[in-house]
Design a protein around this ligand. Structure first.
Ligand code: NI
Ligand code: MN
Length: 230
């Protein structure tokens, strides 16, 4: 089963997993790096790490238009049903997961906050672990500081880790290097940087440090660019 990972800028990704189209944190409207418009996005599943507007993003509108099934934490799930009238929602929590046609999706912990765009309580922030049917495991850290339990996630055998490096709201380059050493992913991609001035990061310095200080292979995508996971 081919797995293609396309970066949409910020923490937004579009995954093609076999026949299934999966969006993660689809923040396109208002995202200056977004290569595509929310109105044209297709999705079968949408995964949301936490309640902040730059992660929930266009998820309600895309889910409504496409009928995509959404996976998020319990509170975001309740909000999507009540406020946006979505019906196909899994509101799960860390330690739990849901079996979907392309694999199992689990939420992990994250150290961050999670209020929703309208000020509603968004529950606890999360990372997302995707254990694909085909085998590869993908970890999207969401917005987080580095935390020691990343070791436990790493024990699963992470093929691709998507980590924030932009500092200010999340871990920066130093934190991400520590995270990579705990997660030991085969491939690592930087996210949540250069979207806004506050989270500018020197991605070539990050890439060089990953190469010299860790065993992971850094892959830096341009917005709209794709990577095939073998
Ligand atoms: Ni956030
Ligand atoms: Mn964020």
């Amino acid at each position: 089963m081919a797995i293609t990972v396309t970066w949409l800028g910020h923490s937004a990704y579009s995954l093609q997993i076999g026949a299934h189209r999966v969006l993660i944190d689809p923040f396109l409207t208002g995202n200056p790096l977004a290569p595509l418009k929310a109105e044209t996005m297709q999705a079968d599943f949408i995964l949301i790490s936490h309640g902040h507007g730059d992660h929930v993003g266009d998820a309600p509108a895309i889910a409504k238009r496409t009928g995509a099934t959404v996976v998020a934490n319990n509170e975001i799930g309740i909000w999507l049903r009540a406020k946006h009238g979505l019906e196909h929602v899994h509101g799960i929590n860390p330690g739990g997961g849901v079996q979907l046609p392309f694999g199992r999706v689990e939420l992990t912990i994250a150290h961050h906050s999670s209020s929703l765009p309208d000020g509603s309580y968004g529950g606890q922030p999360n990372g997302i672990l995707i254990k694909t049917e085909a085998g590869p495991k993908l970890y999207h850290a969401g917005d987080t500081a580095v935390f020691l339990e990343m070791q436990l996630i790493g024990e699963e055998g992470v093929d691709l880790a998507m980590l924030p490096i932009g500092d200010y709201f999340t871990m920066g380059i130093d934190g991400s290097l520590k995270a990579i050493k705990l997660l030991r992913p085969k491939v690592v991609m930087p996210m949540h940087y250069n979207t806004f001035d506050l989270i500018k990061a020197d991605v070539s310095q990050w890439m060089q440090r990953v190469q010299t200080e860790t065993d992971a292979r850094p892959v830096v995508l341009q917005p709209g660019e794709s990577f095939s996971l073998q």
